[in-house]
Ligand binder design. Structure first.
Ligand code: BV8
Length: 247
C-alpha cells in the first residue's frame, strides 16, 4: 500500500500530532461500527435512538441490556494492528494527543496512554440522577443496579445524544486540534458533532489534515488528504513507510 510522500514527510517532521478516531478503527477488531446494521435481537433498534437519556428514562432495562451486549462484544475483541500502530506513533511524537469517539477502551488496551475519551467509556458507570461515579464490583446483565447514595438508576458513563461532552475532554481536544501541525482523522463518518468539527478546527489553525477511511463520508473533500483503505492495514503501512520496519 503506497503512502503519499507528503504524509510520510510530515510524520517524520511533526512534533505536534493529534488524532481523532471513530468506530471504524475498531471494526477490524470485530466490534460493529455505530452505524453498522445491528444484528440479532438489536436489529430492529436504531443505535441513535437507544443512545439517549430519553430512551433510558423510557426503558432503562432495554438500554442497560444493549450496553451489556456491547460490553460483551468488546470483551471478546482485541486491539487490532490499527490500534497498535497508533500506540506506536504516540511513543515517537513529543506532543501527541489521541482523541477518540469510541467507548470501547481498545486504545488503552492497545497501549495508548494519552487518550481523550470524548464520548465516555462502556466500562465506567455513573448515577443517572446524581451524576456521581459508581463503582460496580459485579455488573448485572439484565437490569441497571441502583445508586447506593441516592437510589437512582445506574447508567453507563457514556455521552448520549443531546448530552454535553465532558468539558475537560472537549477543551483538551480543541486545544490539541488548534496546536497540532498534523491531524489524522481515522474511521469516523464525520457526522456526529461536535467531534466532527475537530479536523476542521485543526485545518483552519494551519495543520495538515488527513482522513483515513474505507469510503468517502461527510468530511470528503474538506481535508488535505483522503486515504481510502482499512485502518488496520493502512496505519501499519504508514508507520513502516515513515519509520522503517522497526515500526
Ligand atoms: C451535543 C456514545 C450539545 C454512546 C455517541 C438534534 C438534537 C440534539 C442534538 C443534535 C441534534 N442535531 C445535532 C445534534 C448534535 C448531536 C449530533 O451530532 N447528532 C448527529 C447524529 C447529527 N450531537 C450530540 O448530541 C452530542 N452532544 O451536541 O451536546 C447539545 C446539548 C443539548 C442539546 C443539543 C446539543 C453528543 C454526541 C455523542 C453521542 N454519543 N457515542 C454510545 O456509543 O452508545 S456517538 C456515536 O456515534 C459514536 O460514539 C461515534 O462517535 C458516533 C459516530 O459514529 P462513528 O464513530 O463515526 O462511527 P460510524 O458508525 O458513524 O462510522 C464508522 C466509520 O468508520 C464510517 O465512516 C466507516 O466508513 C468507517 N470504517 C468502517 N470500517 C473501517 C472504517 N474506517 C477505517 N477502517 C475500517 N476498517
Amino acid at each position: 500500500m503506497k503512502i503519499p510522500d507528503p504524509l510520510i514527510e510530515r510524520l517524520r517532521r511533526s512534533q505536534r500530532v493529534a488524532v481523532l478516531t471513530g468506530a471504524g478503527v475498531s471494526a477490524e477488531s470485530g466490534v460493529p461500527t455505530f452505524r453498522d446494521a445491528q444484528t440479532g435481537l438489536w436489529a430492529r433498534y436504531d443505535p441513535a435512538e437507544l443512545a439517549s437519556p430519553e430512551a433510558f428514562r423510557a426503558n432503562p432495562t432495554l438500554v442497560w441490556q444493549w450496553y451489556a451486549y456491547r460490553r460483551s462484544l468488546v470483551e471478546a475483541a482485541a486491539p487490532n494492528p490499527g490500534h497498535l500502530a497508533l500506540a506506536d506513533l504516540e511513543r515517537r511524537i513529543a506532543d501527541f494527543t489521541l482523541i477518540t469517539q469510541n467507548v470501547d477502551d481498545l486504545h488503552r488496551r492497545a497501549g495508548s496512554r494519552n487518550v481523550v475519551e470524548l464520548h465516555g467509556n462502556l466500562f465506567r458507570y455513573r448515577c443517572f440522577d446524581d451524576d456521581t461515579p459508581v463503582e460496580l464490583v459485579t455488573v448485572p446483565q439484565d437490569a441497571p443496579p441502583r445508586c447506593a447514595r441516592c437510589g437512582g438508576l445506574v447508567r453507563p458513563d457514556v455521552v448520549w445524544f443531546g448530552e454535553w461532552l465532558p468539558p475537560q475532554a472537549w477543551r483538551t481536544a480543541v486545544a490539541a486540534a488548534e496546536r497540532c501541525d498534523l491531524f489524522l482523522c481515522i474511521g469516523t463518518s464525520g457526522v456526529v458533532r461536535p467531534a466532527a468539527d475537530l479536523p476542521l478546527i485543526a485545518r483552519s489553525a494551519g495543520a495538515y489534515t488527513v482522513e483515513i477511511n474505507i469510503a468517502p463520508g461527510a468530511l470528503d473533500g474538506q481535508l488535505d488528504l483522503h486515504l481510502y483503505a482499512p485502518a488496520g492495514q493502512l496505519l501499519p503501512a504508514m508507520m513502516s513507510a515513515a519509520f522503517g520496519d522497526a515500526a
